[in-house]
Design a protein. Structure first.
Length: 289
C-alpha cells in the first residue's frame, strides 16, 4: 500500500512539473510568434526536440522507426498533432494566454464525445451529462472571446477538435514506444515547417534562436515526464492535475502580457474543469467496477 502511495505521489509530482513546463513553453511561444511565423517556430523547435530524442532513438534502435506499425494511422496522428500545435501557436498569438488554454482544457469533453461517435464507446447518462455541462463551459468561454473576433475562436476550437483526434489515435497506438511516437511527431512538424517557413521567414537573432530551441527541449522533457507519470500512477489520479495549466495561464498571462481574464471566461473555465473532473471520477468508478 505504501509503495502504491509513493508511486502515486511521484506520478503527481511529475505531472505537476510537466504542466508547469508546458505553461512556461506556452508563454515563450506566445512571445515568439509575435515576431516569427508559426512555421518558423515549428522548424527550430522540432530540430531541438529531435536532438534531444537522438540518444533515446539510438538506444531503442532505428529499426522501430523504419518499420512503423499501422503506418496510415501513424501518418494521421502526425498530421493531427502538427496541425494542433500550429493552431495553438496561431490562436495564442491572437488572444490572451489563459483564454487559449481554456479551450484546450475542454479536450476531455471532446474526446468523450468523439469516442462515443467514432469508436462506439459507451456514453451513459453520467458521461453525457458531463459532456453537456462541459460544452456549456466552452460556450461561456467562447462568448468571453468574441471581442477578439471570430478567427481566433474558430482556430482554437479547430485546434481542440484536431487535438482530440490526435489523442484518440495515440490511444489506438498505445503499443508503440513513446520515443518512436515523439520522433514521428517532431519529424512531421519539422517537414511542415520547412515547407511553409520560407514564405514568411524572419532572420532570427542569436538569443531568439536559443529561445526557439528551448521550446523543443522543454517540450520533449515535459512529454517524457507525462509518459513517466502515467507509468507510475493511474490516469484518473494524475490527469486532473493538468487542469492546473489554466491557473498558470491566468497567472503568467497577467505577469508577462498584462492579460486580465473576464469574469465570464473564468466562469466558463470553472465549468469546464468541473465537467472534466466529473468525467475523471466516472472513469475511476468504472475502472474499479
Amino acid at each position: 500500500m505504501r509503495s502504491d502511495a509513493n508511486q502515486n505521489l511521484a506520478g503527481i509530482a511529475l505531472m505537476s512539473a510537466a504542466v508547469l513546463a508546458f505553461s512556461l513553453n506556452d508563454v515563450l511561444g506566445k512571445w515568439l510568434v509575435a515576431t516569427y511565423s508559426v512555421a518558423q517556430v515549428l522548424v527550430l523547435r522540432s530540430i531541438a526536440a529531435l536532438l534531444i530524442l537522438a540518444p533515446l532513438i539510438w538506444r531503442e534502435g532505428a529499426a522501430h522507426l523504419l518499420r512503423p506499425k499501422r503506418p496510415a494511422l501513424q501518418a494521421g496522428r502526425v498530421a493531427a498533432g502538427t496541425i494542433e500545435v500550429a493552431c495553438f501557436y496561431w490562436a495564442v498569438g491572437m488572444m490572451p494566454l489563459a483564454d487559449t488554454m481554456a479551450f484546450w482544457m475542454a479536450t476531455p469533453i471532446f474526446v468523450a464525445l468523439a469516442s462515443a461517435v467514432l469508436l462506439k464507446e459507451r456514453l451513459d447518462r453520467g458521461r453525457f451529462a458531463a459532456v453537456v455541462v462541459g460544452f456549456i463551459g466552452v460556450l461561456l468561454a467562447l462568448g468571453a472571446n468574441l471581442d477578439t473576433g471570430w478567427l481566433p475562436t474558430l482556430v482554437a476550437i479547430g485546434g481542440v477538435c484536431v487535438y482530440s483526434a490526435y489523442l484518440l489515435s495515440t490511444r489506438a497506438l498505445r503499443g508503440t514506444s513513446a520515443t518512436v511516437l515523439a520522433t514521428y511527431q517532431m519529424t512531421g512538424a519539422l517537414l511542415f515547417g520547412l515547407v511553409m517557413a520560407p514564405f514568411a521567414w524572419v532572420p532570427p537573432t542569436l538569443p531568439d534562436i536559443g529561445l526557439l530551441m528551448l521550446l523543443g527541449v522543454v517540450g520533449v522533457a515535459a512529454h517524457l515526464a507525462v509518459t513517466k507519470s502515467l507509468a507510475l500512477a493511474p490516469a484518473p489520479v494524475v490527469v486532473p492535475w493538468q487542469y492546473a495549466m489554466i491557473l498558470w495561464g491566468i497567472l503568467f498571462g497577467w505577469m508577462f502580457f498584462g492579460d486580465v481574464p473576464e469574469p465570464v471566461m473564468l466562469v466558463g473555465v470553472a465549468v469546464i474543469i468541473g465537467a472534466g473532473l466529473w468525467l475523471t471520477r466516472l472513469e475511476l468508478r468504472a475502472a474499479r467496477r
